[in-house]
Write a protein that binds this ligand. Sequence first.
Ligand code: TYM
Length: 331
Amino acid sequence: SRKIFSGIQPTGSLHLGNYLGAVRKWTHLQKARENVTLCIVDMHSITMPHNPPMLRENIFMMAATLLACGVDPAQSTLFVQSGVMEHAELNWILSSLTTMPRLAQLPQFKEKSRRVKDVPLGLYVYPVLQAADIMLYKATHVPVGADQLQHIQLAQHLIRAFNTRYGEMFPECSPMIEENDASRVLSLREPSKKMSKSDQDPRGTINLSDSPELIREKIKKAVTDFTSDITYSPSMRPGVSNLVNIHSHVTDESIATVVEEAKLLDTAKYKERVADAVIEHLRPIREKINMHLANERELCYVLEMGAEKARKVAQHTMSEVKQRLGLGISG
Ligand code: TYM
């Protein structure tokens, strides 16, 4: 049977890209009664300079947001990475199964290392830790946005390398990236780039915690082009198409329907309509985030239960791994 694993960095609030590209898929899979494990990857978040009190706050914010989006801890396993030390342990073991040139080629590493003067080793090893996340739970499917493809391919390479050297132990893992395409939500200000937490211009990113007024403001200011009618053509008209894409996902209507219904509108009117739809979709989520945040004890309880479930699986995998490698004195 399928085992689904995915991770998300505790960046505080989710943005619409994380939400449509990943989190919504997770809740759909959970509804379909799949075996889902979700990890808030705080150890990945220290690979770039960070602020400790903020990180802690962001972990709780992310947990509250995931619950508000419909992640159900009774059905899925939701936990914080640093609470399960096997992640770091397997990371070390996998680091001898790949090479430095392979890691240096990865596009996210290239992009992020350009932003710091001295590149931390952790930033370099980042995708190896990500492979450890996936392998500890012997995941077969990894639902992510398009930007994570190369990282999942590295995990596939490490799985093959491990199985070849030490005997079949890990199943192949497949990325789940849709074609249609919530997998790539673009910045509202620079629609040639993905929507991202680290966008220079905060107006490019819609956060799930943004007020309705702020969401409307950001959508109004979204960069489009000099044609006023609404069409869908991601390569020719990325700005407008991004709005159509977002609109279609928050209303659960097809792209064709959304475009047909916007036939008589110009871009300014259409932006109003998209803003209404996004605000309506996010309203109940925003209320639930606040409700969960107000109850830190419940959040701690949920995350501790999740870590306990995760630890059982992770410890089992690690003892198998150590045996295969001839590490230690047991077995
Ligand atoms: P992170 O925290 O950057 O993003 C979480 C998820 O959101 C997706 N995403 C997007 N999807 C569509 N459009 C966008 N603009 C957009 N921006 C982000 C990401 O693809 C991701 O699925 N390295 C990972 C976290 C991670 C992980 C893992 C994922 C650690 N270990 C193991 C899968 C399996 C990351 O930084 O995601």
